[in-house]
Design a protein around this ligand. Structure first.
Ligand code: NAD
Length: 541
């Protein structure tokens, strides 16, 4: 019997560990990297808690050493997706009625396990499988994942506490029911934290999920399933379905129990899922909740009053950390002609200082892009720029796939504000720069606002605060997360809830209560204390 009101106050953010040579966290991580490097994990499908091996297998390799096989995985067929729907709906019976504080306790335990025992496991798997260096893995697969767990519990407690007022002789309250079906979580390769969050946000609110993990993030995602189980998540609440996204999307969106999509990935994939849901609309019990964070063409806008050193650092880190594969990565820059030579020189100096290579060598700042498709895409944009009359590659540009999918940090300079790589998302370590005439700031701002269909992140640099204010206002629809005098990457849970509009998604802000609200359907209950027994209006009496 639990008669207590439990509160979950605002948590602290998980501290980022330093990983200095010889530190306990570094020693534990290196040991785990060694262990995972010498294993070939056999990743099953997991439905209703049972491991299923179809024998239709694929391989997971290290992006920075593509001959190194980390795991094999079993692909689902139509039958397993249908089984997963059944298993999810079976789990729904109990999970949707489990007290929210019990669900919260399980999620809080996930955070504790990840902060301790699972920290080296998740970081090593993310480093090897997604080619992140120590720092990039730590801020993603450890800290951000933990923050999502803890903050979402806090936000859930705030939502559940939102109640209507009572009337005379009546008690009112809102029951925050989970959706009456399952949520399809379709997750991207680039953040282990996003993969976890897309499943766990609906699940915390009492929902059940079918999880389609990204094939190129399977190793870390499989360890997440182990973490969830150890924390006490009941079987069938999340069903893990490696395999073809197109097949899983097609089968899931045909079920009458399909209640929502929680998606992060490219705009094209999201649009196709939304279309499928639209085509099947008549089959569903309720209108599905469609939540997606999608592509971006994130920008840095530099005012003539900006500090060139700060701009160069932001452009370098914003465009090249994790090989430009953050959804928020800077990929186009508008800069006054007077500042560009100094900024470019500084970026060249930084590029000369950093090394590129295997994640296990802690001296490497840059690692590999995720796979051959991404490598070829990057190379094709660089080739295009090298051959174009209105652009030139002014930094980097070399690609080498002999060992891993390595693309040098690359800067393309163009005199054409509509140059292909100023408009299209590449998702690699390539930034295109358009130097504009110093006296044409307003025209350049207008270009920045209208050049791309996306609206995810952006940054403005300037020491003239009034100019910064004017630009911030002019670009008010160009980004859902906007930075003043800092790079557009690096949003932190609890501080900068993340997401964009336009072609970048539904902007339901991961890491905030707006997102959690999408996974509940409220029922309002009014209880009348003494029921009326006279039908007449007072003036008729
Ligand atoms: P992707 O669209 O290729 O894949 C995302 C997921 O969808 C994967 O699990 C994939 O297997 C699955 N999928 C692919 N085709 C499908 C289909 N037809 N039906 C159903 N599922 C399908 O994206 P990605 O390469 O994993 O990630 C990179 C993209 O994600 C970039 O466009 C990036 O901007 C975006 N992204 C956005 C955010 C954000 O917050 N806005 C965050 C991270 C990544």
């Amino acid at each position: 019997m639990n008669n207590s009101v439990i509160t979950f106050p605002v948590p602290a953010n998980e501290p980022v560990k330093a990983y200095l040579a010889g530190s306990p966290e570094r020693v534990a991580l290196e040991k785990e990297l060694e262990r995972q490097s010498n294993l070939v994990v056999d990743i099953p499908i997991i439905i209703g808690g049972k491991e299923i091996r179809t024998g239709d297998v694929g391989q997971v390799t290290c992006p920075h050493d593509h001959k190194h096989v980390l795991a094999t995985y079993h692909k689902v067929s139509r039958k397993e997706v249908e089984m997963a729907v059944e298993a999810a709906m079976e789990a729904h019976k109990q999970w949707s009625r489990t007290p929210w504080t019990t669900r919260a306790a399980i999620v809080m335990k996930m955070a504790e396990l990840l902060a301790t025992k699972y920290r080296p496991i998740m970081n090593a798997a993310t480093m090897l499988g997604q080619s992140k260096n120590i720092f990039q893995a730590e801020i993603d697969s450890a800290c951000e994942t933990i923050d999502f767990f803890r903050y979402n519990v806090h936000y859930a407690s705030k939502i559940y506490a939102m109640q209507p007022k009572d009337g005379v002789g009546q008690i009112n309250h809102t029951e925050y029911r989970p959706l009456e079906g399952f949520v399809l979580a379709v997750t991207p390769f680039n953040f282990t934290s996003i993969a976890s969050n897309l499943c766990m946000t609906p699940v915390l609110m009492g929902n059940v999920a079918l999880w389609k993990p990204s094939t190129t993030a399977l190793l870390s995602n499989y360890y997440l399933m182990q973490l969830y189980k150890e924390a006490g998540l009941p079987d069938g609440v999340i069903n893990f379905l490696p395999g073809s996204g197109a097949l899983i999307g097609e089968v899931a969106t045909q079920s009458k129990y399909f209640s929502g999509i929680h998606f992060t990935g490219s705009t094209a994939t999201f649009n196709s899922l939304w279309r499928q849901a639209g085509q099947n609309l008549g089959k569903y019990i309720s209108y599905p909740r469609i939540v997606g964070e999608t592509g971006g063409k994130d920008f840095i806008f530099v005012h003539p009053s900006a500090d060139p050193k700060a701009v160069a650092t932001a452009a370098f880190c914003g465009a090249f950390e994790f090989q430009g594969q953050k959804c928020s990565a800077a990929s186009r820059m508008y800069i006054p002609k007077s500042l560009w030579p100094e900024v470019l020189d500084d970026m060249k100096r930084m590029a000369a200082e950093v090394k590129m290579g295997d994640v296990k060598d802690a001296g490497n700042y840059i690692n590999a892009v995720i796979d051959e498709i991404s490598f070829n895409k990057c190379q094709s944009y660089i080739d295009f720029a090298e051959q174009a009359a209105d652009a030139q590659v002014v930094l980097g540009g070399k690609c080498d796939k002999s060992v891993g999918w390595f693309v040098e940090p690359t800067v393309i300079e163009t005199s054409n504000p509509h140059f292909k790589s100023m408009e299209e998302e590449i998702f690699g370590p390539i930034i295109t720069v358009y130097p504009y005439d110093d006296d044409k700031v307003d025209e350049a701002v207008e270009l920045c606002n209208t050049t791309s269909p996306y609206g995810l992140t952006g940054a403005v640099f300037g020491r003239c605060r009034m100019a910064v204010e004017k630009i911030t206002d002019a670009l008010c629809y160009a980004a859902g997360d906007f930075d003043i005098n800092d790079k557009p990457t690096g949003a932190v849970v609890g501080m900068q809830p993340f997401g964009g509009a336009r072609a970048s998604g539904t902007n339901d802000k991961a890491g905030g209560e707006f997102n959690l609200i999408r996974w509940i359907i409220p029922r309002v209950i009014k209880e009348t204390l003494v029921s009326p027994t006279d039908y007449r209006y007072t003036y008729l009496k």
